[in-house]
Design a protein around this ligand. Structure first.
Ligand code: SAH
Length: 345
């Protein structure tokens, strides 16, 4: 298997290019073809000699993702992609066009080791990490697709398959590559990374002082409830998690997003809402309430409209900023891991 060109930062590409006897500025030309022009193949690199184009295709893989399935939602606004990787493993990514925003949701691992009870990806176990280049390739794929429609990618959420903070270095490298000002120049402020709550990585992320937005999958205000659905809570209990979160907001001055999947009868009653408010009081945060999407191997179901609204009203009364998140693309299985789970049945 050839190395994936998107695994390289510009300085790494520059080193390889100069080692091969080419002038350094060639690396920048290649970089701009890939990340500015969004060219897909060296044959389109019109600013390079035929020789160099050939050398590039001989040495590097430019197409680490092959489209296995491309599903469009009934309203045409959401695409859910199933990609086949070089080793035949599969991942999924989603594009959501909504008003002025074109947001993609990308994967960071094949499967996931976190094993959250309600999550279709968790239910399939962990296969491997994605490389930085495989993460970048998802961004490039949708950037090109949007460009063909006269549109631009505006937001990235790292909320697809996998636990991004369990593949921390590759994820940060991917962000470095897409935010490089000589290339795509995609602003960190328009990227959100979602974690199940790996405390040491949240601390590392806090210290790194990046502009990337942070979301934490809280889903419950107590260990008693969170332990039942998120095995990682045993290792990083809620007190240590929320302390790391509070510290993040104080050190960085940045708002944190808490995701809370409402599960009927488990975490959606008044006591849970009230405890959540006390836990989050005074923290610079926003709570996203999302009625759970049903998955095959989990018997719980999403809260209905009334219970969702009563839960929200407790947060409103306590001044905890929150919103009920819209479900988009549910008809094409765009919930986390749902498409692949469907495929492998
Ligand atoms: N591993 C990361 C990111 C991937 S999941 C994390 O845990 O945050 C992205 C979000 O979707 C998480 O908040 C996750 O808990 C949530 N999620 C997974 N399965 C879901 C389901 N069936 N219904 C609602 N939300 C779900």
């Amino acid at each position: 298997m050839k190395p994936i060109i998107y695994d390289l930062k510009l300085n790494e590409l520059t080193n390889l290019i100069t080692e091969s006897g080419e002038p350094a500025y060639r690396a920048k030309q290649i970089w701009q073809m890939i990340y500015r022009q969004l060219a897909e193949d060296p044959s389109e690199f019109s600013n390079l000699s035929k020789d160099l184009r050939q050398k590039l295709s001989d040495h590097f893989c430019f197409k680490p993702l092959n489209v296995e399935k491309d599903l469009k939602s009934s309203d045409g606004q959401t695409n859910k992609l199933l990609f086949r990787l070089q080793d035949d493993r599969m991942i999924e990514s989603v594009l959501m066009r909504y008003r002025e925003r074109n947001t993609i949701c990308i994967s960071t691992q094949v499967g996931c080791p976190m094993n959250c009870a309600f999550c279709a990806t968790g239910q399939m176990g962990f296969i491997r990490n994605l490389s930085a280049g495989e993460i970048v390739a998802q961004v490039l794929f949708f950037s090109r697709l949007l460009k063909s429609e006269g549109l631009k990618l505006t937001n990235i959420v790292v909320m697809g398959m996998g636990e991004p903070f369990h593949n921390y270095d590759a994820v940060m490298k991917a962000v470095d590559i897409i935010s490089d000002p000589d290339g795509m120049d995609f602003g960190e402020r328009r990227i959100t990374i979602s974690t199940v709550g790996i405390v040491p990585r949240i601390e590392q992320f806090t210290a790194a002082k990046r502009q990337i937005n942070l979301a934490v999958s809280l889903h419950a205000p107590s260990n008693a409830v969170r332990d039942q659905i998120i095995p990682a809570n045993k290792k990083y209990p809620i007190d240590s998690l929320l302390e790391a979160c509070r510290n993040y907001t104080e050190k960085t001055g940045r708002r944190i997003t808490f995701e809370y999947a409402l599960i009927h009868g488990l975490n959606d009653n008044y006591e849970n809402a009230d405890l959540l408010c006390r836990r989050l009081k005074g923290m610079l945060c926003h709570v996203n309430l999302i009625p759970l999407n049903n998955t095959k191997k989990y018997e719980g179901s999403g809260s209905n409209h009334d219970r969702t609204q009563s839960f929200k009203s407790v947060l409103d009364k306590n001044g905890i900023p929150c919103s009920v998140r819209l479900k988009r693309g549910i008809d094409i299985g765009a919930g986390c891991g749902q498409l692949l789970a469907e495929q492998s049945k």
